[in-house]
Design a binder for this molecule. Structure first.
Ligand code: AKB
Length: 320
């Protein structure tokens, strides 16, 4: 049975991944860590330790204390925050990744970290973006993600660490909010739809980006980690996506359940510039062929589930 250490476990992905892994592998086998503790289920329902990912010694100590055989490194700044604080982002994103890889090497653990559609740039083909293509990102986050993919490849080839990773699109979820991302609008829009029946988007109409619902993202991580390593030609950088839409299309999907829903625009130039440098839609064929990537949720199925779950979470009823 796996023993898994997760960094950034109280963030958007970690809050749900921790709980799902505890269901599969047992509560005591999943050690959640983050820079601060909070009241969330992930922090309270099983082992939790404060870990600052810039502190290698404490990460290795915790990994040894719990005898982990898997490290899932999620702690990182997202694209918009990284762009606003590039030096801090380099230190946290690259320093944290290096320490997490070193920890995995030290305790001989399997390793996962997410890459992103942010690893692509304006010179990358925009539609059906191939798995192997031009990667010259113009954001600090993108530079971190490309370097992270290469560093993970290096640890695999040089030290034999079983590194694995996915290029995630924008992830949509209702448990923990994302923070500081460019795709966050696609989460905020659902909260505002339930609370106020309207949303003002900071991303302009006509801007297409890849997205995925959190249950599909969690399955993708677990399936990749369980996959036969000998078949993984793109082990640290699989394109994965289940939908691509612009703000008008997500608004139209919400209108199927809230007919009076209204969208307006107040474009944030900083986040729009990042979005404009990313693909419209990426090609996930390599992930399908090499480890059987699949997904359950398209836009309308996700919208229905998000609106149901948020009504329960916010104790609010939408009038349809
Ligand atoms: C972001 O918007 O920064 C992230 C991502 C696509 O990596 N959600």
């Amino acid at each position: 049975m796996k023993r898994i250490l997760i960094t950034g476990a109280l963030g958007q992905i970690g809050s749900e991944l921790t709980m799902k892994l505890r269901d599969i592998y047992g509560t005591d086998h999943v050690i959640a860590t983050d820079i601060k503790k909070n009241d969330s289920e992930a922090a309270q329902s099983g082992p939790f330790e404060i870990v600052d990912v810039t502190d290698l010694k404490s990460m290795v100590e915790i990994a040894k204390k719990y005898k982990v055989d898997t490290v899932m490194h999620l702690a990182a700044l997202l694209s918009a925050t990284a762009e606003a604080k590039p030096v801090f982002a380099w230190n946290l994103n690259m320093g944290g990744l290096m320490n997490a890889l070193e920890t995995a090497r030290e305790v001989n653990a399997q390793f996962f970290t997410p890459s992103s559609i942010g690893a692509f740039g304006p010179t990358t083909p925009k539609d059906d973006t191939p798995q192997d293509t031009i990667m010259r990102p113009t954001t600090m986050y993108g530079v971190n993600k490309v370097a992270g993919e290469l560093l993970s490849d290096y640890y695999f080839h040089k030290f034999g660490v079983d590194t694995r990773g996915l290029r995630f699109p924008g992830l949509i979820s209702y448990v923990a909010l994302p923070g500081g991302g460019t795709t966050d609008y696609a989460v905020e829009i659902y909260y505002e739809a339930v609370k106020n029946g309207k949303y003002t988007s900071y991303i302009d109409k006509g801007t297409y980006m890849d997205m995925m619902y959190m249950p599909d993202a969690l399955n993708a991580i677990i399936e990749l980690m369980e996959a036969d390593g000998s078949k993984l030609m793109h082990r640290n950088s699989f394109n994965v996506s289940s939908m691509s839409f612009d703000p008008e299309e997500i608004a139209a999907s919400i209108r199927k359940y809230i007919p009076g829903f209204k969208i307006a625009y107040k474009v944030d130039p900083a986040r729009q510039k990042i979005a404009d440098s990313w693909p419209n839609s990426i090609d996930s064929t390599a992930a399908k062929e090499e480890w059987g990537f699949k997904f359950d949720y398209d836009l309308d199925k996700m919208t229905k589930d998000m609106l149901d779950k948020l009504q329960r979470k916010l104790h609010m009823k939408i009038s349809s």
